[in-house]
Unconditional design. Structure first.
Length: 140
């Protein structure tokens, strides 16, 4: 019986191997880029979760302070001060919207570790502002 192919096939040609290697390299670079981006997003998500938790805790402290008559009267603006986390500093802006109502704004900034204890890292996006939370508090 005669072979189905005119000659015996002994392997891949050099051009087939080069093409296969090129396709594998492109695929590998794509997977590597995805892994790097995944790592960046994971780090960013962790940072945003940390900012959210810290800012909610600070705002809750301010709300708890304002629940008493004396605490509501003492509620006032605060300049930059270190937060519980050494990577952040915060400021509080309090304004009277109406009689018996105060608007409280919490500004959480990234801390510049090279500067003073209350220095803002202005090299970050938004001039170092991590989050801005606001609420209105009614006099008890």
């Amino acid at each position: 019986m005669a072979p189905l192919v005119g000659r015996a096939h002994r392997g891949a040609t050099l051009s087939e191997v080069a093409l296969g290697t090129f396709i594998f390299a492109v695929f590998s670079l794509g997977v590597l880029a995805l892994l790097i981006r995944c790592n960046q997003l994971s780090h960013q998500d962790k940072s945003l979760s940390q900012v959210n938790t810290l800012s909610e805790g600070l705002m809750e402290e301010l709300v708890m302070l304002a629940r008493s008559e004396d605490g509501f009267q003492k509620l006032a603006s605060q300049s930059l001060r270190p937060a519980n986390d050494p990577d952040y500093v915060y400021a509080v802006d309090v304004s009277s919207a109406m009689s018996g109502l105060k608007k409280v704004t919490l500004l959480l900034y990234y801390h510049d570790s090279q500067g003073s204890p209350a220095a803002i890292d202005t090299a970050r996006p938004n001039l170092g502002l991590a989050v801005c939370l606001g609420t209105a508090l009614e006099q008890p």
